[in-house]
Ligand binder design. Structure first.
Ligand code: DX5
Ligand code: ZN
Length: 218
């Protein structure tokens, strides 16, 4: 099973993002871009124009995680901007299947994210079309929170439901991923790992990405 490490720049220095991204780009699979609108979550990160610039300047593919209301509008826009993957929150979506189809039609992978209180079984019916399930291992909104180990059960349920996984659906975890927690998430079945503060609060972000990859690799 392929492992992907996707550093989140939420805890990077926003005043020099290009440099921050360059610290990890040669050792990472994608850069995880957290978009918060101060409505779906009580925090704001980047508006569409700034996000488009970040995506355009990023030397490796971008994994956009939209913590926003009305993903019917935002998700296709982020695909259009050139994100390799666009993940929206199931809790915010009125028309999940329409979003998934529009994102894919614009050439991006379509991911569905689940807050800790949302069951995997609520989205199981979309496995025929989605490209990634994101199991949040913290409440979305902020970096630097503690990993919720009770979410491992949801990761296991998701992995089980993927079965032979002929479409190659990714199973991502986001929140509190560090050298202390990544192995348990990998053992539960995650293959795609977001790490924010573990990477950007480390003295050597690239070495931290490599360490996380080693720990997650079976
Ligand atoms: C939180 C974001 C995460 C955040 C993770 O809502 O979705 O991507 O950056 O940060 P850490 O790894 O510090 O928990
Ligand atoms: Zn995220």
């Amino acid at each position: 099973m392929a492992i992907r490490i996707t550093p989140s720049i939420l805890n990077a220095d926003f005043s020099q993002l290009n440099e921050e991204i360059l610290k990890v780009s040669s050792v990472s699979d994608l850069i995880h871009l957290d978009i918060m609108d101060n409505k779906f979550v009580p925090n704001f990160t980047f508006d569409f124009d700034r996000a488009a610039e970040i995506i355009k300047d990023c030397p490796i593919p971008v994994d956009s995680h939209l913590m926003v209301v009305e993903p019917e509008k935002a998700a296709p826009a982020f695909a259009e901007m050139g994100s390799a993957s666009v993940t929206f929150h199931f809790e915010a979506a009125q028309k999940p299947r329409q979003i998934i189809r529009e994102v894919k039609a614009k050439g991006a992978r379509a991911g569905v994210a689940l807050k800790p209180g949302t069951s995997f079984f609520d989205i199981e019916e979309y496995l025929d079309e989605i490209d990634m399930v994101l199991v949040m291992t913290v409440e979305p909104g902020f970096g630097g929170q503690s990993f919720m180990s009770e979410m491992l059960e949801k990761v296991k349920e998701t992995r089980k439901a993927l079965g032979k996984n002929e479409r190659g659906i990714w199973l991502q975890v986001d929140g509190g991923i560090s050298p202390d927690t990544i192995e348990s998430a990998a053992l539960a079945g995650a293959d795609t790992f977001v790490a924010g503060s573990a990477v950007y609060k480390s003295d050597n972000p690239a070495e931290m990405v490599k360490l996380l990859r080693r720990l997650a690799t079976p």
